[in-house]
Design a binder for this molecule. Structure first.
Ligand code: SF4
Length: 480
């Protein structure tokens, strides 16, 4: 999971790009980078959070009225500084690029590109193959003009050769800014315009801060090119079949974002309403409902009001600890749970507590939280999950690659309950998830417009067993 941003305006964009990345910080904390152009490319990137990488001195060097940026969480490789984005190539024109996603034919592309003696890849980042394929395709298009038609032809070449999930923002030197989304639109990408100023971002929340009020989604298979004079060219390069990541609405995205026409906060409210049906079906009558902060809070509040049960902030989060889900290594994750969360004893002691969380991945975090609430004096601790059991790895840019890591793999709900040591466990149904996220009709999206592969194993791009084996080998290697 990563966050990308691009700005082409009439003023200096360096500071605004960093501000935008701060709004997207939840999408990755391993590295941050910005490249601006004032006729020359200026680049600053490094490992760490946005606040760690950027300071007044290096911001001064990021001059120009166009630029791109990225915050990264690695899905391939060790997350070294060489893999931090943006990347750029000098030929043709000078192209810089950032992306969010995961290229599933990365190894084949890398081999193919490295065989050509004029292409050298210097990292393990999968944006490098996309960038080099795009550069090759643009090189073969009409070099003199490099107008929208040439750019879209090059994007078509990328769609033909690069498989997987990728939302891309690129800067073409003295030509303009380009953004495109793979033909399934798996990862989000939004476009905003205010007069002659333009912005792209992974989530609309980045625009709020920068003053852009009107925005639209870059569609699945669509490319948007903003030329240097401010002309906007949109092309449906490949007929799109939307399969947007449903987990963005459950967990990843900020609740104040709107993705693919759906408000994330509203989607989470609906998830809570649907979950209430399952809680009632199980006959649970807790004294108090407690959200596991932060992502489950909206769903917990609608679940509580639907059931007429009190909602209490019985767990307080230390906001200075990184998300446990996207920290490497089992031990670090388990240890960080207690650093991150602390119970409010007065709201828990002697009560029958229903905790609400968005997912159970490995079970370690849930077990720690249940245990912590018991130690704070709860009489009973049950767990309600706003999504169905996660059983399959994501190959589209989310770090949960190894099949054996899922507690729900080959386990029934009752067996999972025992692993997390809860008194009761209730999951959202698959239908409840799809319908709640899509929203009431007429909805901008049909329930089938989502990727739900991590719940049901139906990968919209198709994935070979060879790829799974390769990903798992690499993951084990880097996590050693
Ligand atoms: S597999 Fe799951 S997390 Fe990955 S893109 Fe699909 S829905 Fe999202």
């Amino acid at each position: 999971m990563c966050g990308v941003i691009g700005l082409q305006t009439r003023r200096e964009v360096g500071t605004d790009l960093v501000e935008g990345l701060l709004a997207l910080q939840h999408r990755g904390q391993d590295s941050a980078g910005v490249l601006t152009s004032d006729g020359t490319f200026h680049l600053k990137k490094g490992n760490g959070t946005v606040a760690y990488v950027f300071n007044a001195r290096n911001l001064e060097r990021l001059t120009g009225n166009a630029g791109i940026g990225q915050v990264r969480y690695p899905t391939i490789g060790p997350g070294s500084v060489e893999d931090a984005q943006p990347f750029h190539v000098n030929h043709p024109f000078g192209i810089a690029m950032v992306h969010n996603g995961n290229v599933t034919n990365y190894a084949d592309l890398r081999r193919e590109l490295m065989c050509k003696d004029f292409r050298q890849l210097t990292s393990l980042s999968d944006v490098e193959p996309i960038l080099n394929v795009f550069a090759e395709e643009l090189d073969q298009a009409n070099l003199k003009r490099c107008g929208p038609a040439s750019v879209f032809r090059a994007v078509s070449g990328v769609f033909r050769r690069v498989h997987g999930a990728y939302s891309v923002v690129a800067l073409i030197h003295k030509r303009g800014m380009l953004a495109f989304r793979d033909p399934l639109g798996i990862r989000p990408l939004v476009f905003a315009q205010a007069g002659r100023e333009f912005a792209f971002a992974s989530e609309s929340v980045a625009f709020d801060l920068l003053g852009f009020r009107r925005f639209s989604d870059v569609k699945a298979g669509e490319a948007v090119f903003v030329d240097c004079r401010g002309g906007v060219h949109r092309e449906q390069v490949r007929p799109g079949t939307p399969r947007h990541c449903i987990f963005e609405h459950v967990y990843f995205a900020r609740p104040d974002s709107v993705i693919d026409g759906i408000g994330v906060y509203e989607a989470r409210l609906r998830l809570g309403e649907r979950l209430a049906t399952e809680v009632a079906r199980l006959g649970l009558t807790p004294d108090v409902i407690v959200p596991v902060p932060d992502t489950a809070r909206a769903a917990a509040s609608s679940l509580a009001s639907t059931l007429g049960i009190e909602l209490r902030e019985g767990l307080i989060k230390n906001r200075y600890i990184a998300r446990t889900f996207i920290m490497h290594g089992q031990e670090r994750r388990a240890m960080s749970v207690r650093r991150k969360l602390n119970p409010v004893r007065s709201q828990i002691e002697g009560k029958d507590v229903l905790l609400v969380d968005d997912s159970i991945v490995r079970g370690t975090t849930s077990r720690e939280i249940v245990q912590m609430v018991r130690e704070a004096g709860a009489r009973k601790v049950s767990l309600a999950i706003t999504a169905p059991p996660l059983r399959f790895p994501c190959v589209y840019g989310i770090d949960m690659m190894t099949r054996g890591e899922f507690v729900a793999k080959d386990r029934t709900v009752e067996q999972i309950r025992r692993v997390v040591s809860a008194d009761a466990l209730v999951y959202q149904t698959y239908q409840g998830l799809s319908e709640a996220v899509a929203g009431p009709r007429p909805s901008p999206l049909a329930p089938r417009s989502f990727c739900t592969a991590c719940f049901n194993g139906k990968y919209p791009t198709g994935v070979t067993q060879r790829y799974f084996a390769q990903m798992e080998r690499e993951r084990r290697r880097w996590l050693k």
